[in-house]
Design a protein around this ligand. Structure first.
Ligand code: GZL
Length: 307
């Protein structure tokens, strides 16, 4: 079978140096690049010999990359699974190989793979809460009597896309002023966000709120809206998640209303949790990251630390 029957994740013995696998999914946006840099920047201070791969947007290649790391003999695996289901085999193979795995920034289908069993823990944000907080900001700050919403979804099948949709939709639809007239994936990418926004704008010229699951797509949507003669921040409200530099600048420029932080800087947290685990400590199944909210009131205070 794929994995040992034991309900415990494999142990991690304390060592001078650790051979650490980091199987990144892609590097096509500032968020991903900042996350990867965070792991490289942490390696020396955490005594890691880092084995880092990049799957260029392919879940299948990400699985293959994990296979090759297992073959090379890593001590521990940090995995940001691109999509909830296709990355399950990678988690199961690492467990079968006796390699403790930490899921970072995204998770896998909880019906199949469990923290404290198939992997040690998930390190990341509460994506449902992020979506809910964006909705609450819209409810609070949208002053029209009818909100016509276009939603730009993240990567299909990824946990942030699933949960940011659930969190936002469930909360916003509690207020009868709002209607979601279209919801389509832009794969968390700026240019796809722009293209999808162009298409949806044709179909829904009365749109006055755009909810993007990440800032890259929000920036793309702003480009599409301006190309069509709309005035983001005046006749259409753009809201999103991440806290990238370009989004904070758009907020300062009055083109974007809010972004809820979803920090990419996982290196230090990964180091701390790995060392606690190696020391034999019980690790909580979800090592949750707290997210700040950035609006016109505080965007300028945080732009220097943004990426
Ligand atoms: C969130 C992460 C998401 C970011 C996007 O932890 O998985 O993936 O919000 C990125 O910008 O593409």
């Amino acid at each position: 079978g794929l994995g040992a029957a034991s309900a415990e994740p494999p142990p991690l013995e304390q060592k001078e140096r650790y051979k650490v696998g980091f199987a990144q999914m892609e590097s096509n946006n500032p968020w991903r690049i900042a996350e990867t840099k965070s792991f490289h920047d942490t390696a020396e201070s955490c005594n890691w010999d880092l084995v880092a791969t990049d799957a260029a947007g392919s879940a299948a290649k990400q699985v293959a990359d994990v296979d090759s790391m297992i073959a090379q003999g890593i001590d521990v695996l940090f995995l940001p699974p691109r999509e909830e289901k296709p990355l399950i085999p990678a988690v199961m193979k690492a467990k079968a190989a006796g390699i403790p795995t930490f899921l970072v920034d995204r998770s896998v289908d909880p019906a199949v793979a469990k923290p404290g069993d198939h992997f040690v823990a998930f390190l990341g944000s509460d994506f449902i809460d992020q979506g809910k907080r964006v909705a609450e900001w819209v409810i609070e700050n949208f002053d029209g009597d009818k909100g016509v919403i276009v939603e730009l979804e993240g990567t299909t099948g990824s946990s942030p896309a699933n949960d940011r949709k659930k969190g936002f939709d469930d909360r916003i639809l509690q207020d009868e002023r709002f209607e979601i007239v279209a919801s389509q994936s832009g794969d968390f990418a700026r240019d796809q966000g722009r293209q999808v926004m162009e298409t949806l704008l044709q179909a829904h010229p009365d749109v006055n709120i755009v909810y993007a699951h990440n800032d890259e797509m929000a920036i793309g949507a702003i480009q599409a809206l301006e190309l069509a003669g709309r005035k983001p921040g005046e006749d259409v409200l753009v809201v999103s998640i991440d806290g990238t530099r370009d989004a904070l600048q758009a907020i300062i420029d009055g083109k974007m209303g809010v972004t809820v932080e979803s920090s990419p800087f996982f290196g230090p947290l990964a180091c701390e949790v790995m060392k606690r685990y190696a020391a034999g400590e019980e690790i909580e199944h979800w090592v949750q990251v707290e997210d700040r909210i950035f609006t016109k009131d505080n965007a300028v205070d945080h732009i220097d630390e943004a990426y």
